[in-house]
Design a protein around this ligand. Sequence first.
Ligand code: HEM
Length: 393
Amino acid sequence: MLSQETRAIIKSTVPVLEEHGTAITTVFYKNMLEAHPELLNIFNHANQKKGRQQAALANTVYAAAVHIDNLEAILPAVVQIANKHVSLGIKPEHYPIVGEYLLKGIKEVLGDAATDEIINAWAEAYGVIADAFIGVEKEMYAKMESQENGWSFFKDFSIVRKEKESESITSFYLKPADGKDVPAYQPGQYISLRMSIPGEQYLFNRQYSLSQAAQADEFRISVKRDADNDPNGRVSVYLHDEMNVGDRFEVSAPAGEFVLDTEKTTPVAFVSGGVGITPMMSMFETVATLTPERPTAFLHAARNESMHAFDKDIQKYVATMTDARYKTFYSDQPQGYITRTVLEEYVDITGDVYVCGPVPFMEAMIQELQALGMKEEQIHFEFFGPAIALQTV
Ligand code: HEM
């Protein structure tokens, strides 16, 4: 428990740290990665280049510090981040490294203004926050290990099938190299792929949603090929162009909180844009298989017909369901957007809606759904990439 005095120091210094946020986090990452280059095997190099992850981590530490008296209040945000951490194999011994360099960053940027008193208070607060993460992550790892066919950290998988779904999206079917089955997962969860790419010094990690309902013996991911010059697209380009049946990489166990509540039979709608369709496929297939009488709407926005993945699969499932409606919108065409009128027509606002796609698409959809009267707890969504602004914190 932090003393009253420590808490007062923390709260009074948060605004100063936020003000110097970018400078502190830039120094923090630069120094940490210079001293511990092995961490480049974990961190997304492209995010580093864009400075996005820097902001996400440090801002969360500051935001958590404000709630230091009541970390319970930010538990949902901690759990979401912890899912990402366990998917990447973050270990307790990594926390003191991050803490050390974050404090050094604060000291370097604030100079004399960072008194020993302030630094000590932040060291204490970081310790409390780190312990909260370590505790949640320990439980998650234990759960992964205890699941039938489960594992923690990484395990070798090989590609058993590779199928083109659209001009830019290709599915990869993956099986454990040890011949075992895979654990059951919740529709909407993701896995991390970890691989070395020839000519690159460090390993690459990327998360991909599982794109089919849970199967006993295989995973499926469906990957959009990014542009050749997009640093964040390095893995997707390598997968599309170089990886084929029989090739191997490491995979972490399914994680993530953006999941379908399979117990419910109330109306549900899936609204996706572009490759955001992937977790929706897993959820939709699950509804079609487990509760085919559930009132369901599937709305999808793609650029044009050639970029539209899974059309036939969705139609096939719709045909087996009692009350399912499906419509696609091509943004290259007039009236090619999912508007409030469309949502009003298709989404039963008494039920749940799942939204996934590019950030501007999701923001627009969430805003419209709220305008139609849907409440926060009925709208489920997941942003791709680092959670830049965590409303809950
Ligand atoms: C992702 C916070 C400790 C490695 C994130 C994200 C946040 C965050 C907010 C973005 C989540 C998302 O994308 O949904 C924190 C906080 C920490 C902490 C508050 C300390 C209390 C660590 C440690 C490591 C680590 C100790 C490992 C050395 C990562 C990595 C990502 C990540 C690799 C994925 C993004 C990327 O690759 O750039 N963390 N983190 N974090 N964190 Fe942490």
